[in-house]
Design a protein. Structure first.
Ligand SMILES: [Zn+2]
Ligand SMILES: [Zn+2]
Length: 665
């Protein structure tokens, strides 16, 4: 008896120890330490496990109080807000069934099964109801269902009109009959959940419901379509406001909106999720490609042009056929159909029909293996802008950011194992040169190491990871390790860029691959006269040019630097009499290689200037009587600043701005 009532000993993060009475919760511990800590406490970490503040500490343990400042606290708050929302929805819309409500990188969502989608007016009502629940400051509690009662609980969910909860519960038990099943309660409302949660609904004060979307139950198109409500929550009103401002800014920069407004690209149902670049967008796209091509010359790459469609044999060799089937487009011909054995058309097409290539790597292996290679030819850097096709499900395609047809600034480096660090270093120089010109200055570097499911010996992995790390170190780059995030065949380095509004995008990558050279049986003759296997490095700087286009368009908000701008300047005569002078000026600018338009429409000067600004044209060249007399031009920038200069001087200035690929001032 005496033993049972003995206090528990907890170790705090600073290593100090404290005694707490048995039955104490982490919340009690926080209160014992200090009132200010108790006030900021959101959850706790008991022996490293995130848990509720209101759960009793059951044995001697290391306990850390998780306060609002801890990055994990926000997740607890947001998931608790998802519960608050589900509670409000079920109060307002009887018959709405709950499913799941996880957190996302900047908020949360909850999926409901209801007779109709929720409207913006519904969201306002739900939000108001959530405020009511928050003001009621209901205590949150956790119930553990005894193992003998879990099946009964599932039936109870079903009879209570919550079939999804019953299904989730049965799935958990099917995977692990011993699983601890917990239910979280607040007031009369409850939800099957592992937690943790905030201690009471009053903690949730600063939240906003954002939008709705359709989502299939369990992400499967064969299941019922549910209504998803997205929202976000923060610990302070200021943080919430800042986030909403960022969202507004992101919406203004949405590349799909800018693409329409600036006439850059379009989509058609005739080729779903495959972009059509319009003349202005194609211009920017081609300039980007030309920029990369220039650097290929300097960094010793050789470009090849390869077929788009292949016999399935090549993808059987590469291992894609079988592992990547659902993402590959297949092609068939009338000929194949005619020769198919009756009743076996599907199987025969699956076995024999051509494949539209989803990546360039196998074609480059074919080229490498097409003749005997000597060590003197290595490293061999082979680049390819071929159009690639990957089938992506309708639910995941998104503007240019995720498409089914795209091309990459793709290249493969075939080299010896010893050459890998040097190649990494050289690649990093190339990559930083590109990012600097494009105006990305904040770059995070990550080294993704061996995953659990992998091929190749640990010794090979040690070698590969060490080679990449060495390359990063001699390149002088600090980096973070992503344990277990490498590809199944080799480690990789990822480059994550921060854009103008603070969002991060993974663009560049270099990947170590001993697997494809093995599968294609690639060899080179070494200095020793013997056959050796090369290493293959997959690398891209911009990645998918389509996705990069989206990222870059949102980064610069459509205000391209002069060298990329589809229209670099528009010449605007104040009235008709200035037309001849303007025409001559347009000719001269064009002769200097500048892309210039004349806007002599019968519209007011202000209207034409405003339109040029909306189109984000870098320079507006305004000409009136005075300018004609003096041989000058009033140069107005996109930003509004204005100066008068001689036409020669203007040409010199613009040409230089293009040649140096200057960033917009
Ligand atoms: Zn929960
Ligand atoms: Zn590749």
């Amino acid at each position: 008896m005496a033993v049972e009532s003995a206090p528990l000993v907890v170790e705090l993060p600073d290593g100090s120890k404290r005694e707490v009475p048995r039955g104490s919760t982490a919340g009690d511990l926080a209160a014992q330490i200090s009132r200010s800590l108790a006030k900021k406490a959101i959850a706790a970490r008991v022996d490293g496990q995130l848990t509720d503040l209101f759960r009793p500490i059951e044995h001697d343990a290391k306990v850390a109080i998780v306060t609002q400042d801890d990055p994990e606290a926000l997740g607890v708050l947001r998931h608790s807000t998802a519960h608050l929302m589900a509670n409000a929805v079920q109060r307002l819309f009887p018959g709405a069934k709950v499913t799941i409500g996880p957190v996302t990188s900047d908020g949360f969502y909850y999926d409901f099964d209801y007779e109709r989608p929720f409207t913006p007016e519904d969201l306002e009502r739900i939000e108001a109801e959530m405020r009511k629940l928050s003001n009621e400051d209901q205590k949150v509690s956790r119930e553990e269902v005894p193992a003998s009662e879990t099946q009964a609980k599932a039936r109870q969910f079903e009879q209570g009109g919550e079939p999804y909860k019953a299904e989730i519960l049965r799935d958990i038990l099917a995977a692990n009959p011993e699983a601890v099943i917990s239910i979280y309660h607040q007031g009369a409302w409850s939800d099957l959940c592992v937690g943790p949660h905030v201690a009471s609904t009053g903690v949730i004060k600063h939240f906003k419901l954002l939008n709705t979307a359709g989502a299939y139950w369990r992400g499967n198109e064969k299941n019922k379509m549910l209504t998803r409500i997205y929202g976000t929550a923060y610990f302070s009103e200021a943080d919430l406001k800042a986030h909403l401002t960022r969202l507004e800014e992101a919406a203004k920069r949405d590349h799909r909106k800018l693409g329409r407004e600036l006439d850059l690209f379009m989509f058609s149902e005739a080729a779903p999720a495959m972009p059509f670049f319009l003349p202005k967008g194609a211009h920017v796209y081609n300039k980007l490609v030309a920029f990369i091509r220039e650097l290929y010359d300097r960094y010793d790459y050789q470009e090849v042009i390869t077929p788009l469609a292949y016999s399935p044999e090549m993808f059987r060799t590469s291992g894609h056929l079988g592992n990547y089937n659902e993402n590959m487009y297949r092609l068939w011909t009338e000929d194949e159909c005619e020769h198919a054995e009756p009743g076996h058309l599907h199987e025969e097409l699956q076995a024999d029909s051509f494949v539209l290539k989803p990546m360039n790597c196998p074609s480059h292996c074919l080229i490498f293996g097409s003749r005997r290679r000597s060590y003197r030819e290595l490293p061999w850097r082979v680049a390819d802008f071929a159009r690639l096709h990957r089938y992506e499900r309708g639910g995941v395609v998104h503007g240019l950011a995720r498409v089914r047809s795209f091309s990459q600034d793709d290249a493969h480096i075939f080299c010896t194992q010893e050459q890998v660090p040097g190649e990494i270093e050289k690649f990093i120089k190339f990559l930083y040169e590109v990012y600097e010109v494009l105006g990305f200055s904040e770059i995070l570097v990550k080294l993704a190491t061996r995953p659990e499911k992998r091929i190749g010996s640990d010794e090979l992995w040690d070698q590969a990871e060490a080679a990449l790390a060495k390359g990063l170190e001699s390149g002088g780059l600090p980096y973070e390790i992503l344990p277990g995030e490498g590809a199944f065949y080799g480690p990789k380095i990822e480059f994550h860029l921060k854009d103008a509004i603070g969002r991060t995008w993974q663009l560049g990558t270099i990947q170590y691959d001993p697997n494809l050279p093995e599968r294609f049986d690639l060899i080179y003759i070494g200095e020793d006269g013997k056959e050796h296997r090369p290493v293959m490095l997959h690398r891209a700087i911009l990645g998918s040019l389509e996705r990069f286009f989206a990222v870059y368009l949102e980064h610069c908000a459509g205000a391209f630097p002069l060298w990329l701008a589809p229209v670099q300047a528009v010449v605007i005569p104040i009235n008709e009499e200035n037309d001849p002078y303007c025409r001559e000026m347009v000719d001269r600018l064009r002769a200097s290689g500048l892309r210039v338009e004349l806007d002599n429409r019968n519209e007011s000067l202000n209207y034409r200037i405003r339109e040029a600004q909306v189109k984000k044209i870098p320079y507006m060249l305004v000409v009136g009587k005075k300018e004609v007399e003096q041989g000058t031009v009033a140069v107005r920038k996109r930003t509004g600043s204005q100066e008068v200069m001689a036409v020669d001087e203007l040409i010199k200035k613009l040409v230089e701005e293009v040649e140096t690929k200057a960033l917009p001032a």
